[in-house]
Write a protein that binds this ligand. Structure first.
Ligand SMILES: [Zn+2]
Length: 475
């Protein structure tokens, strides 16, 4: 039974979906004005791992994650780069894909853009005004936070505590427009000469940030969603405001489970990563030097709520682990050469079932990937033990083990089959291997000859023996 820590109740709860077999999941996506940094990648990896595990245990996951493509930061960055907002955001939407694909982060089922939902956002704001929860003030529209009785529950703070924080944060002269300092903007009026704006009943303007997530989550997933995810820094004000708007709009609970991922700190000083601290690492830069699967493994093996400290040591450890896992896979894979085809050894079949059971027990406990990794490491040891046995192994057992091992690693976003072929073999190296195999055959070392063929096959290189010699092609 899967149990998840719900940030709303601060408790681990049994996970039950609204519709049987289907999970609706909304995760706040990036503001596309720059390359993503390690903190963004961490959030994407954490929720991708959660999604992959839900799929592993049989759920269909409808995963919606937005791109915030209109925002003060975007307007500022576009001005600095002397391009339009659309050109800037299109560039960084594409960069997001280029940076996340090598990390094996699956694309969301739906990836809505804020700017493509402005009509719906305006209608949503109108409803909030009609219900008496929002008001227009000098071209802006604000939400009456204090009128929503559960305001602040997710942040586990009282409205008065939050109000102190809100007043401290105010810097844009909005205070004079608000009935109450805790109120927040759902629509922002802009001057007529602004580069980007939409016509609304309140004049030219653009949506506030929080409102886009409410509108898009409800539009694509329904009034109540199963899981709402995002970084822990989003609990207040972003998620707090999403809840207030959405629940006033629908009259229903917005999300049943709130999942927040922890921070990334950089270096041994454990500083939280931020631009102002100058320890801001973009994934784009990092992937120039680093195997993406090492970065994925480093991040995917820390439970999503815990902080990750990005250090050289952590990356080195992940690299060693990945090497170890890959070697175990390859060692057993090569035993397929001399494997028998007969009914599987029941001891090994039971062993596989036990690995699966322990993996699920770990992941069912609020996605405890660290314990799941221990199970995978035990499995790698077992793969090596079997591979070193001198008896002939049974094909079905080897394939069963490799398949389950591959699936578990894929939940963590590690593609072990791909990793086994990671070093691209050059044509010269292939030719050299073919010559080595030919010599082995001449000296009747068929075991070695087969091993070379399997090794090349594992790298997608297929050999074909013809009367004229050995030909080869790539799969
Ligand atoms: Zn959001």
């Amino acid at each position: 039974m899967l149990r998840v820590f719900n940030a709303m109740t601060h408790q681990k709860e049994e996970f039950k979906t609204i519709k049987p077999g289907i999970v609706s999941m909304y995760v706040c996506g990036p503001t596309v004005y720059n390359y993503i940094h390690l903190g963004n990648a961490r959030s994407a990896i954490a929720f991708d791992t959660i999604r992959r595990y839900l799929e592993y245990i049989g759920y269909q996951v409808n995963y919606v994650s937005n791109f915030t493509d209109i925002d003060d930061k975007i307007i500022k960055a576009a001005k600095a780069a002397k391009v339009s907002e659309q050109v800037l955001t299109a560039k960084f939407e594409q960069a997001f894909d280029e940076d996340t694909a090598p990390l094996n982060i699956k694309k969301a089922t739906v990836r809505p853009l804020a700017t493509e939902h402005v009509t719906e956002i305006i209608d949503f704001v109108k409803t909030l005004i009609n219900k008496g929860y929002a008001y227009e003030s000098m071209g802006d529209v604000y939400f009456r936070a204090r009128k929503f009785p559960e305001y602040g529950h997710l942040a586990h703070q009282s409205v008065d505590d939050l109000e102190i924080g809100a007043s401290e944060r105010l810097d844009d002269g909005a205070l004079s427009k608000k009935e109450d300092p805790i109120d927040f903007a759902v629509w922002k009026g802009v001057a007529n000469d602004a580069s980007i704006s939409w016509q609304s009943p309140w004049g030219a303007g653009r949506p506030g940030w929080h409102i886009e997530c409410s509108v898009m989550a409800i539009k694509y997933l329904g009034d109540t969603i199963d899981i709402h995810g995002g970084g822990q820094d989003l609990a207040f004000p972003h998620h707090t405001n999403e809840i207030a708007q959405s629940e006033v709009y629908t009259g229903k609970t917005f999300a049943n489970y709130w999942l927040h991922n922890g921070f990334v700190t950089v270096g041994d000083q454990q500083e939280k990563m931020s631009k102002s601290l100058g320890n801001f690492v973009t994934v784009h830069d990092l992937l120039k030097d680093v195997n993406p699967q090492v970065l994925r493994l480093m991040m995917a093996t820390t439970q999503y709520r815990r902080p990750i400290s990005y250090t050289e040591t952590a990356m080195q450890d992940a690299e060693n682990t990945l090497k170890h896992l890959t070697t175990a896979y390859r060692n057993l894979y090569f035993r397929l050469i001399d494997a028998k085809t007969e009914s599987a050894n029941t001891v090994i079949v039971e062993k596989i079932a036990t690995f699966i059971k322990h993996f699920k027990i770990a992941m069912d406990d609020d996605f405890n990937v660290a314990n799941a990794m221990t199970v995978i490491a035990e499995m790698a040891t077992y793969l090596n033990v079997l591979a070193s046995q001198t008896d002939r192994l049974i094909k079905e057992n080897i394939e069963g083990l490799l398949s389950e091992y591959t699936k578990m690693l894929m939940v963590l976003g590690i593609d072990i089959e791909k990793e086994s072929n990671f070093k691209q073999t050059s044509d010269e190296q292939v030719e050299a291997k073919i010559n080595e195999r030919a010599s082995a055959k001449i000296s009747k070392d068929y075991q070695l000859a087969d091993k070379i063929r399997m090794e090349l096959q594992a790298q997608g290189i297929i050999l074909e023996d013809t009367p004229q010699g050995t030909r080869w092609h790539k799969e």
